[in-house]
Design a protein around this ligand. Structure first.
Ligand SMILES: Nc1nc2c(ncn2[C@@H]2O[C@H](COP(=O)(O)OP(=O)(O)OP(=O)(O)O)[C@@H](O)[C@H]2O)c(=O)[nH]1
Ligand SMILES: [Mg+2]
Length: 391
């Protein structure tokens, strides 16, 4: 350890040395890095720390993938339906209660903490969307507990519900974000993914969607971490910090919604002021905060809000199909990504419709008259009804 570091950095270094697990060490090292003043004299130290960070991340990522590959643990809860939502939070914050309120599941929910022992999926069908809610064992601070299981569920899900108690919502929120961050899961306005795998040769290869970071800037960042050859996959909105965090592993970003648990009698006197504080923090990142009491008062209203939220955040639309010659419209829509064309829908329904496609008829409120006859590349919108005509 070099001299001339500020006292906070020295204190953090003591934590790095004392850390027992690779996860703890990584967290302390990342914090240590942020405390080193940036000047010529500390350059060598920063490079060394960054290299150690990458090594640790690779080690942890390897362990994580091995655990996931173990039989039965590949995805923990197989995705079913259109969207999977993970319910996460500390004990007694209403996760199981919400599952019981919104679905036909009747799982144990009581004053006892850590009541939920394993992930529990339940289906919610609303406005044509099949939403798979996954209740999880509560997170715990410090120790390991169920955390790896719950964080794996969170990593796999499309969207997160973050539960916080009305008593100390901000502290809980920040602790949860930090636990997620340790698993390289972040909350974002839209889904995103960054994966940077070090390779022995071949230079820097970037795949995926174009991003607002130049390749030169990216290569410079990677060099600072001692990475000269890597396979990179980027998708969605990513900040330079997200990308830095994914060096040596994989970072995912998920849209989230905060559930503010205000049902317990002893919480009542704190709630309003605390609610305003967390709303302020979350509104900056367009994360809605929902009071649990409002959900119990009007569950249908919450389901409406949820369906709209999911469609918007995940960029999905519902397309209703109609069989040729029949006036009947399918009761369940096809849920697909916004921007999908008629031919993509045909492919989704049946290969015959795709291969022998002639034209399609579309009914829609947005059109001056319905139906209209359209070709392969017609772009569908939410709520459209489509009939595919094939030979
Ligand atoms: N007001 C009210 N409170 C309830 C009701 N049912 C359960 N609770 C309380 O709500 C709290 C939340 O319980 P859970 O939803 O089981 O908590 P959890 O987030 O799943 O946490 P774990 O126990 O760790 O699984 C507990 O303190 C329950 O006693 C209810 O119908 N009304
Ligand atoms: Mg529970």
């Amino acid at each position: 350890m070099p001299t001339n570091l500020p006292p906070e950095a020295r204190a953090k270094w003591a934590e790095v040395v004392a850390a027992r697990t690779p996860e703890e060490k990584l967290k302390a090292l990342e914090e240590f890095l942020s405390l080193i003043p940036k000047h010529k004299g500390t350059e060598k130290l920063r490079v060394n720390v960054k290299k150690r960070i990458v090594k640790l991340r690779e080690e942890i990522e390897k362990k994580r993938l091995m655990r996931q590959r173990r039989k039965g643990e590949k995805t923990l809860v197989a995705k079913e339906g259109d969207v999977q939502v993970a319910l996460i939070g500390f004990p007694n914050t209403g996760k199981t209660l919400l599952l019981n309120t919104l679905t036909s599941i009747k799982a144990d929910s009581s004053i006892a903490p850590f009541e939920t022992k394993k992930p529990q999926p339940a289906m919610l069908l609303h406005k044509g969307l099949m939403i798979q809610l996954v209740d999880t064992p509560s997170l715990i601070e410090g120790g390991e507990g169920f955390n790896p299981t719950t964080l794996t569920v969170a990593r796999n899900a499309d969207v997160l519900f973050i539960f916080v108690s009305a008593r100390d919502p901000l502290t809980q929120y920040e602790k949860i974000l930090s636990l997620l961050d340790g698993y390289r899961i972040r909350v974002g306005s839209k889904p995103a993914l960054a994966r940077i795998k070090r390779r022995a040769s071949g230079g820097i290869k970037v795949k995926g969607e174009p991003i607002n970071i130049s390749k030169t800037a990216l290569e410079k960042t990677l060099r600072e971490y001692g990475v000269y050859h890597a396979e990179i996959y980027l998708k969605g909105d990513l900040t330079p910090d997200d990308i830095e965090k994914s060096i040596g592993g994989e970072l995912v970003k998920k849209p989230a919604l905060i559930i503010f648990f205000d049902l317990l009698a002893e919480d009542k006197k704190y709630s309003k002021e605390e609610l305003r504080k967390i709303e302020n923090i979350c509104s900056r990142n367009t994360i809605p905060v929902i009071e649990f009491s409002k959900i119990t008062e009007n569950p249908e209203g919450f389901k409406d809000l949820l369906a709209d939220f999911l469609l918007k955040k995940l960029n999905l639309i519902r397309v209703y199909t109609r069989k040729r010659g029949s006036k009947e419209i399918a009761s369940r829509p096809l849920v697909i990504e916004r921007g999908a064309t008629v031919i993509e829908v045909a492919k989704n329904i049946h290969s015959r419709l795709y291969e022998n496609f002639k034209y399609a008829r579309v009914w829609s409120k947005r059109l001056p008259h319905s139906p209209v006859r359209v070709g392969k590349n017609f772009i569908l919108e939410d709520g459209d009804v489509v009939e595919i005509v094939a030979d």
